[in-house]
Design a protein around this ligand. Structure first.
Ligand code: MLT
Length: 411
């Protein structure tokens, strides 16, 4: 009988979103007529942009003819997509990122976990608190963190507290860490990072030999001019940061799957003898061995995001969800609830009323208003006493959810 990866036994509970799904299904089973509105998991609801659908349909036709058929593609992604990304997402914002530093994948959630394959054991890992749980759980899985203590925090991880007092932008640690996960615009708080704040991180990472794992999955939602969309807008980031991006939230690819990871060529880690080794080569090797590339059809769809029509349609989708976020933010604030986020992100972060616990508030909204959100404590200790509502739903459902919450909750 084979042994198992015992690190998995250190994981506290099921992954957050399936756990929410389980509770919602249990409620629905006993209350089959309750009209549940889901503003929990950040899953998009609007159809794919037309430009993407047309491109994917054409790609299906390509696959139907021997002369345009595509079998295995490059593991790193097709050149035409990597060039479009480099041009539109990076060069247009003054970031010196070349097409061959971009690795196309089937989503940034996978990449943020898979990236640990190229880092050795024994690294010190810093995460923000609250945090997207994937960063934490994947480190537990590979043994970078030990068992969780009574406060549900894993031994060995450095937690950087993101609170209302620091605008959900944690202080740079005093101690040295090897890897730092940052996500801005932030999931779950919806907070943003200024250039000056990210510059502090870049300077810290370069002076301590650390690597920043920067998740920019929500950059398309930035509405304020001076907020950076990429870590590479910060001078010095190319020698200390890897960036993850996604087509999920901007172009609605949550079920279609396409994302990307940028590993600059000048970025290095150390081998066991202390020699510098380029991370680009390691990630390339990892992807070439373990991944066969995102599908041709999907990559053609992603390429269409950068067409004139695609850009216009994606802008429309993002504005639609941002308008939902604004309605949630203003609707709940008018009930006296303390809310933040929602301006440069599709998430509104709400302080629970009367010091209710996050899960109690979840149960109250589910049972009384039939509205599903995400309990802040599911994102970490500092999320306790908070609740996240996502802006991903129809306008009618969002308006209805706000009315129902308002009828049940006021401060
Ligand atoms: C969330 O709700 O936090 C997101 O759906 C996470 C994800 O994109 O995986």
């Amino acid at each position: 009988m084979p042994t198992i990866n015992s690190n998995y036994l250190n994981l506290k509970a099921g992954y957050l979103f399936p756990e929410i799904g389980r509770r919602v299904s249990a409620f629905a089973e006993t209350n089959p007529d309750a009209p549940i509105i889901k503003l929990g998991i950040g899953d998009v609801t609007e159809p794919l942009p037309e430009a993407c659908r047309v491109a994917m349909q054409k790609a299906i036709q390509d696959q139907g003819k021997a002369e345009s058929f595509h079998g295995y593609g490059p593991e790193q992604g097709y050149g035409w997509l990597r060039s479009a990304i480099a041009e539109h997402d990076y060069k247009a914002r003054g970031c010196d990122i070349s097409a061959d530093e971009i690795f196309v994948s089937d989503g940034s959630k996978c990449d943020t976990g898979n990236i640990l394959d190229i880092f050795g054991p024994g690294n010190t890992i810093a995460v923000t608190d609250p945090v997207y749980p994937v960063y934490v759980d994947t480190n537990v899985m590979v043994g970078n963190a030990g068992p969780a203590g009574d406060n549900d925090e894993y031994s060995g991880l450095v937690y950087l507290r993101a609170t209302a007092e620091n605008n959900f932008t944690p202080q740079i640690p005093e101690q040295r860490v090897d890897l730092i996960y940052l996500c801005y615009p932030n999931n779950p708080t919806g907070a943003v990072a200024s250039k000056a704040y990210l510059k502090q991180w870049v300077d810290y990472a370069n002076s301590h030999g650390s690597v920043i794992l920067f998740d920019a999955a929500y950059e398309a939602f930035i509405t304020e001019d001076d907020i950076p969309h990429s870590i590479y807008e910060i001078e010095g980031a190319k020698t200390c940061a890897i960036e993850f991006r996604s087509f999920s939230k901007n172009a609605g690819f949550t079920g279609t799957r396409c994302g990307l990871t940028v590993v600059p060529k000048g970025l290095v880690g150390k081998d066991s003898s202390g020699n510098d080794v380029a991370l680009h080569g390691l990630w390339n090797r990892r992807q070439s061995t373990r991944f066969n590339g995102a599908s041709y059809i999907i990559q053609r769809g992603a390429e269409a995001v950068y067409s004139e029509a695609g850009q216009e349609q994606v802008k429309g989708l993002v504005s639609f969800y941002l308008e939902n976020a604004k309605l949630i933010l203003e609707g709940l604030a008018s009930q006296g609830l303390e809310c933040s986020g929602g301006v440069n992100a599709p998430y509104v972060w709400i302080k629970t009323p009367d010091k209710m616990s996050s899960w109690d508030f979840f149960d109250k909204l589910l049972s009384e208003a039939h509205v599903v959100g995400t309990p802040g404590s599911g994102f970490g200790q500092s999320g306790e006493g908070y609740f996240r509502l996502s802006a991903f739903n129809s306008r009618a459902s969002v308006n209805e959810a706000i009315d129902r919450i308002a009828a049940k909750v006021s401060v």
